[in-house]
Design a protein around this ligand. Sequence first.
Ligand code: ADP
Ligand code: 5GP
Length: 191
Amino acid sequence: MSSTPSPGRLTVITGPSGVGKGTLVNLLLERHPAMWLSVSATTRAPRPGEEEGVQYFFMERPAFEQLVGRGGLLEWAEFAGNLYGTPRQPVEAQLAAGHPVLLEIELEGARQVRQSFPGAFQLFVAPPSFAELERRIRGRGTDSEEAIQRRLARARVELEAATEFDAVLVNSDLETALLKLEELMGLAVAG
Ligand code: ADP
Ligand code: 5GP
């Protein structure tokens, strides 16, 4: 029944595009409503069904760059031709209020957070195989062929960095991976 998320703890979830990070995080949030997921800013165009302020804050490049200039982002990086970043203020406010905070970000951003929040728990989600990763990206059906190729090229680099993380979670069977994620985060559901 009751879960025990660590108060005020920051968790970073990284892994190649298409590995299932978003799917796992959504399931985790359903089961642990006290967790707070940071909504990132991005210059990427919304995918069908994505809403402003829900999946992302969508913005043009000059507005994003202004935000960087003002120190408004905790971390930011370029990924597959677009900029992505974590708004600083809401994360700091949630942590100060003692809420467990999740960031779902790519490798360069995770490295920045490792410097600024050395106490954060850093998790890498890996696919069972590269072929399965490609199947999932294509199966999602949201990206152009060019975007898929850029994401696959970047995935090879990200996979090599898995050993930098506190833990690696292989997302083979979804339900098994979710239970393992809860265990790694100390969120085992009692009863
Ligand atoms: P990411 O957020 O890492 O880019 P998504 O959560 O969008 O990845 O998942 C990519 C695709 O893979 C989606 O179509 C999703 O339904 C599917 N998927 C996620 N986890 C699994 C799994 N364990 N087994 C099979 N398919 C999965
Ligand atoms: P997508 O375009 O598929 O939504 O996201 C592409 C990549 O950007 C994913 O690896 C995702 O984790 C990452 N990402 C999303 N938001 C942020 C962010 O705020 N900062 C960084 N560094 N990466 C992010």
